[in-house]
Ligand binder design. Structure first.
Ligand SMILES: [Fe+2]
Ligand SMILES: [Fe+2]
Length: 190
């Protein structure tokens, strides 16, 4: 589906704030795609749809996960908003006709990350963290790093997420730990 059509179709399903965030993610993801030679079209699709289930209630996320055989681990059960990635995949397929597995994976794992992240996964994960609407300590440095070294920037973003969760005393999803361990080992190998 073409960018403008998805944009128009998704707008009523997101709060104005979330729609603004989504457009910010698209803008940054496009720049990263050009910088790192990733085909633009799948990047734009994934960026536009990454939060398509973000405004669903916890009850709806749990219900849709159950109906679509999405595994609900303990951490996601405790915080069902973590399911907006996997449930977003169902919506992207059903309502937007997206069946490209690479795009669907970028949507599925944009919150937690995963082991063996593809470049597309990394671009969406990072764009989500650094889009213009974000504001947190270290963001300027992370934005600079993003155009310099994609892997190091994703590693920094994963580390920030883990630190934030630890500081807040919150649960940590094992996929985020896996994503970070895997990336560090890959960077070491070169
Ligand atoms: Fe999200
Ligand atoms: Fe997002």
């Amino acid at each position: 589906m073409n960018e403008l059509i998805i944009k128009e179709k998704i707008q009523p399903h997101l709060s104005p704030k979330r729609f603004g965030h989504t457009l910010g993610v698209v803008e940054v993801a496009k720049k990263l795609a050009i910088r790192y030679h990733e085909p633009i079209e799948p990047v734009v699709e994934a960026a536009l749809l990454h939060d398509c289930a973000r405004n669903f209630s916890n009850a709806d996320l749990l219900k849709l996960a159950q109906e679509n055989a999405i595994k609900i681990d303990r951490v996601s059960k405790n915080d069902p908003s973590l399911l907006h990635g996997p449930v977003g995949v169902v919506i992207a397929q059903k309502d937007y006709g997206v069946y490209d597995e690479a795009v669907l994976n970028a949507i599925r794992y944009h919150t937690t990350g995963r082991k063996k992240m593809t470049q597309l996964d990394k671009i969406i994960y990072l764009a989500d963290c650094i889009e213009p609407g974000r504001n947190y300590k270290g963001l300027t440095e992370l934005r600079d790093l993003a155009v310099f070294d994609l892997d190091m920037a994703v590693l920094e973003a994963l580390t920030n997420t883990l630190k934030f969760l630890l500081d807040k005393g919150q649960l940590i999803h094992k996929q985020t730990v896996s994503a970070r361990n895997d990336l560090i080992l890959r960077i070491k190998k070169g």
